[in-house]
Design a protein around this ligand. Structure first.
Ligand code: URA
Length: 257
């Protein structure tokens, strides 16, 4: 990232407000608008390495949980477990440092990601890169970026619960291999799928949640921030909270809420 920190904050529309400082920045209480999530449908027939063509989700998950990076990548690339595979140009596995302390999880690839095979390379990705730069992080350097689903949902719609369920073993295995110190869920789809809890982002921010024993915090999705300027300031509060949480984790002071 060649842009200066001031450039970054300017790009985010936050100058002169955003200032990285020490200490927690508590989240403001906000109204909660709960949205219903549909139940996850039953497992569908799938193809996975070493398994017959028809394998239920739990058998796939068990197999995927044993895969190392190259096989995992191969398995994702050949996945036809849900209808999203029909519309993809390629799968979007994830990118970054495989031993990263930071894991950022988005929703699913858009058109540009589907074309390039890398997460967050479009406009939302540029903002994500700027958000990372604002807290002295960089894609690929102690940072891994992944999505809930690895194939582009048509028309950039949200992934259906059944699609997310079929893809979940992949993200789960990525997390198990990376062993991040902190997960940052970008937006509601990531938060709801990781936390298995239906709530608005506004009500999940500012807290340390847990994903299988790994601290997880929630902030707004960069694509949403591009459409909603006032929320950028809240995202900055969340990033400061993430930095402080990481500092505590690195120094062994794991704060919990
Ligand atoms: N939005 C996401 O959630 N993920 C991407 O990879 C790109 C846009």
């Amino acid at each position: 990232m060649s842009a200066s920190r001031e450039d970054v904050l300017k790009e985010l529309g936050l100058t002169p407000v955003w200032r990285l400082r020490e200490g927690a920045q508590s989240a403001v209480a906000e109204s909660v608008v709960a949205a219903a999530i549909e139940p996850v449908p039953a497992a569908e027939p799938v193809v996975v390495r070493g398994l017959p063509k028809i394998a239920p989700l739990d058998a796939r998950a068990t197999e995927i949980a044993t895969l190392e990076w190259p096989q995992l990548q191969q398995s994702v690339a050949g996945c036809v477990a849900c209808p999203l595979h029909k519309g993809r140009n390629q799968t979007v596995f994830g990118v970054g440092d495989e031993a990263a302390d930071w894991l950022f999880v988005g929703e699913g690839p858009g058109a540009e990601e589907d074309a390039k095979g890398e997460p967050f390379v479009g406009q939302a990705g540029k903002l994500l890169d700027n958000m990372l730069a604002a807290i002295q992080l960089k894609r690929g350097r102690n940072v891994y970026i992944a999505n809930v689903v690895k194939c582009r949902p048509p028309g950039n719609r949200n992934p259906e619960p059944g699609e997310a369920a079929q893809c979940e073993p992949y993200l789960h295995r990525q997390i198990a291999l990376i062993k991040p110190k902190l997960i940052v869920a970008l937006g509601k789809v990531a938060a709801v799928n990781l936390l298995k809890r239906d709530a608005a982002v506004a009500s999940m921010r500012g807290k340390i949640h847990q994903y299988q024993g790994i601290p997880l915090i929630v902030t707004y999705h960069p694509a949403y921030l591009l459409r909603s300027l006032p929320e950028k300031a809240k995202a900055w509060v969340d990033l400061c909270f993430a930095v402080e949480t990481m500092q505590n984790l690195q120094s062994g002071k794991a704060a919990q809420t």
